[in-house]
Write a protein of this length. Structure first.
Length: 136
C-alpha cells in the first residue's frame, strides 16, 4: 500500500515520472541500474479539486485518470463533529490517556481547536495533541 498525501502538490514536472511508475509497475532504486517490479495499491489524497487543477494546467489528466479508479470524498471533521468522539476514544486507548471525569464532546473540541487554529484544528493528526489539554 502506498499513500500519497497531497497529490495535488506534486510538481507538474514530476508527475510524468509517477505516471510512468504506475503504468509500468516498476521502479529503479536509488544507486541501482536495474528496474525492480512493484505491486502496490495506491491511495492518493488532496484537499484540492483535481478536475480544476487539470483544467488550469497544474495536474496531468492522464495521471488523474490513472489514480481515480475509485474516488471517495470525505467531508472534513469540522463538518462531522460527532465522529470526533470516536477518534478521541481511539487515540485515548492508543496513547493510554487517562479519561476525563467529564464527557468529552466533539463540538467542544471543534470550538476549542477552532479558536486556537482559526477553524482548521479538527484534523485527525491534531487530535492526539489536543487530548491532554482537554483532560483536566
Amino acid at each position: 500500500m502506498l499513500f500519497l498525501d497531497e497529490i495535488a502538490e506534486l510538481p507538474l514536472e514530476l508527475q510524468p515520472m509517477l505516471l510512468d511508475v504506475l503504468e509500468r509497475r516498476e521502479v529503479k532504486l536509488v544507486g541501482s541500474t536495474r528496474q525492480v517490479p512493484i505491486d502496490v495499491h495506491v491511495i492518493a489524497a488532496t484537499n484540492r479539486n483535481l478536475q480544476t487543477e487539470v483544467a488550469e494546467g497544474r495536474f496531468r489528466e492522464d495521471l488523474l485518470f490513472r489514480l481515480t479508479t475509485v474516488a471517495l470524498e470525505v467531508p472534513p471533521l469540522r463538518d462531522r463533529p460527532d465522529d470526533i468522539a470516536r477518534f478521541i476514544a481511539r487515540f485515548s486507548a492508543r496513547y493510554d490517556q487517562p479519561r476525563s471525569r467529564q464527557s468529552i464532546n466533539g463540538q467542544s473540541i471543534v470550538r476549542r481547536q477552532g479558536q486556537r487554529n482559526h477553524g482548521d484544528g479538527t484534523r485527525c493528526r491534531v487530535l492526539p495533541r489536543t487530548l491532554p489539554s482537554t483532560h483536566a
